[in-house]
Write a new protein. Structure first.
Lengths: 469, 79
């Protein structure tokens, strides 16, 4: 995937303690790791924004080993469910949690990561095109995975490099997890272009993050809508960050007022603010709003990326040609992934989409051909950039608290949970934060006597809107 | 309500913890105090004392005790 030695002496990575790692060194680390495996197989990479995790990801892809990218602090129960479902040959995990995996044997340690051999050996056949597996909903840890091919990653990476004009001089600091498609796309593009990555586990609300950003002279970072709300609260516009030139945004629709604010700041300070749209199902990116249009077209997610094409279809599947008409967004391009896997046998499946993705997002375009997301067909929320399936969370609550009825709905970054017995409020809140790993600020519990339902017993979510809209 | 009570309440309300638990709390000691929780905490403190904190102070407020010290700059004595 990456020809690392092409940029031999360039700095590939700057770590949290300031260590600089060249492309040549990175290549060596990758080979030393993958030589321990020596065959094409499935590996779980438990991710952190650290060099060990990165070496795993890059090494595995370069050696034809298929990684499943999961967050390192995934709930134990959800993790074992994933392991039981897919039976990977190896686990590549932070050294400090390696002892958790009792039935595995530690075969190699490096860079604070351990490679563990599981009791499984090539249990499931892997399709030749299959490169990488990512979760659809990082937070609920559903074992449903998106199957990405080598072609998908190459196509999307080349396209992003083109429209963001990423060259060897760029230096991106990590603000997104490595198991998250948007975080991965930043890694993919920068290492393909010979640029540098500044790895940090620190967040925007920590002093160390800003110190590292300044010291490493980082030129860009990406953020989900919530990131931009935090930046706004941090009085970001008053900061002096001369090296920082590009900010990108994806992972949900940014409030138009914030979009405008950041676009104007960028214009006035000679920076680039690039709003984008994508899905794991499309490898990462499908659209971008060219930065020179940011002020004029704020609120829009822009146009299709180079090599991609959008269309809108009405309820009958007919193409919409009139501007300002809402329809379901359809994308075509080489970055449309192969399909999903819900169990091990799905890993041998080939391309099920033929380069066409019906996104599930409702959109319209204006007279100039710029697209705007207006809603969603399916019941899920984006919380801090993570897709959270509402039917799934409802099921989780009901199966864990059998004496209450509940309904989950709400807005992005704020899930409303309706419960019929207030005695359980705190327990449900704790359960949800534990299982999803999301901050409690993402949930609001509402007391209700009865969940409104139709005659067939289906929850009438519309009637609940009055309580949170 | 004393300033200490108001200050403590910002922590207990934001993180869903007791007064006792708030007292020696540091950033990331509990799951609720991550970046998202931090933003909520800052909002609660700013509202409680009707102040607007500077960036450096927002990112420096990494413990219950540290916050008390920082608030002095805004003429808020926690006692």
């Amino acid at each position: 995937m990456w020809n690392l030695n092409q940029f031999k002496n360039n700095i590939a990575v700057i770590t949290e303690n300031g260590e600089k790692i060249t492309y040549e060194q990175l290549n060596k680390y990758c080979r030393e790791l993958t030589d321990q495996i020596g065959k094409r197989c499935l590996v779980f990479n438990l991710c952190k924004n650290e060099i060990g995790s990165l070496v795993g990801y890059i090494g595995f892809l370069n050696a034809g080993i298929v990684p499943v990218m999961l967050k390192a602090d995934l709930d134990d129960e959800l993790l074992s469910e994933c392991i039981n479902t897919y039976k990977p040959d190896f686990l590549h995990v932070p050294l400090d949690i390696a002892q958790k995996f009792k039935d595995c044997e530690k075969v190699y340690t490096h860079l604070d990561y351990a490679l563990l051999k599981t009791p499984y050996n090539n249990v499931f056949e892997l399709n030749d095109e299959l490169a990488l597996l990512l979760t659809t909903s990082g937070s609920t840890g559903s074992p449903k995975l998106v199957r990405q091919s080598y072609k998908n990653i190459r196509a999307n990476t080349a396209s992003i490099i083109k429209y963001l004009e990423i060259d060897e001089k760029e230096r991106a600091i990590t603000t997104l997890p490595m198991n998250y498609t948007y975080g991965i796309s930043i890694i993919n593009t920068h290492l393909m272009a010979g640029a540098s990555l500044v790895l940090t586990e620190k967040g925007l609300m920590q002093k160390e993050f800003w110190q590292q950003l300044k010291e490493s002279e980082a030129t860009s970072f990406g953020g989900v809508p919530y990131t931009y709300e935090m930046l706004d609260r941090l009085r970001f516009f008053r900061m002096q960050l001369p090296f920082l030139t590009t900010l990108t945004q994806a992972g949900g629709k940014l409030a138009p007022v914030l979009h405008e604010k950041f676009a104007k700041w960028a214009q006035e300070n000679n920076k680039k603010f690039v709003v984008m749209y994508g899905q794991t199902e499309a490898t990462a990116r499908m659209s971008y709003l060219p930065p020179e249009k940011a002020v004029e077209k704020y609120g829009s997610m822009g146009i299709a990326i180079p090599g991609g094409k959008f269309s809108l279809i009405d309820v009958n599947g007919i193409d919409i040609t009139e501007p300002e008409t809402v329809g379901e967004l359809v994308y075509e391009g080489d970055n449309v992934t192969l399909g999903y896997a819900e169990n091990g046998t799905d890993l041998k499946k080939g391309d099920e989409r033929g380069g066409k993705l019906v996104t599930g997002d409702m959109a319209k375009f204006d007279k100039d051909g710029f697209f705007y997301i207006v809603g969603r067909k399916k019941r899920f929320l984006k919380i801090f950039g993570n897709r959270v399936n509402l039917d799934e969370t409802e099921r989780m609550i009901k199966s864990n608290f059998s004496n209450i009825d509940c309904a989950c709905c709400g807005k992005d970054d704020m899930m409303s949970i309706f419960l019929t017995d207030s005695v359980y409020n705190e327990r449900v809140l704790n359960f949800m934060t534990l299982k999803t790993g999301l901050n409690r600020a993402a949930f609001k519990i509402h007391d209700i006597d009865e969940i409104p339902k139709n005659e067939a017993g289906k929850t009438l979510y519309k009637e609940l809107e009055q309580y949170y809209a | 309500m004393t300033t200490l009570e108001a200050y403590t309440k910002a922590f207990t309300d934001t993180f869903g913890i007791t007064d006792e638990e708030a007292k020696n709390l540091k950033f990331q000691d509990i799951k609720a105090w991550d970046s998202v929780g931090h933003m909520g905490l800052i909002a609660a403190i700013e509202e409680a004392f009707d102040i607007m904190m500077e960036t450096d102070d927002i990112v420096d407020l990494s413990s219950f005790d540290k916050g008390k010290e920082i608030l002095k700059k805004y003429d808020v004595e926690i006692d």
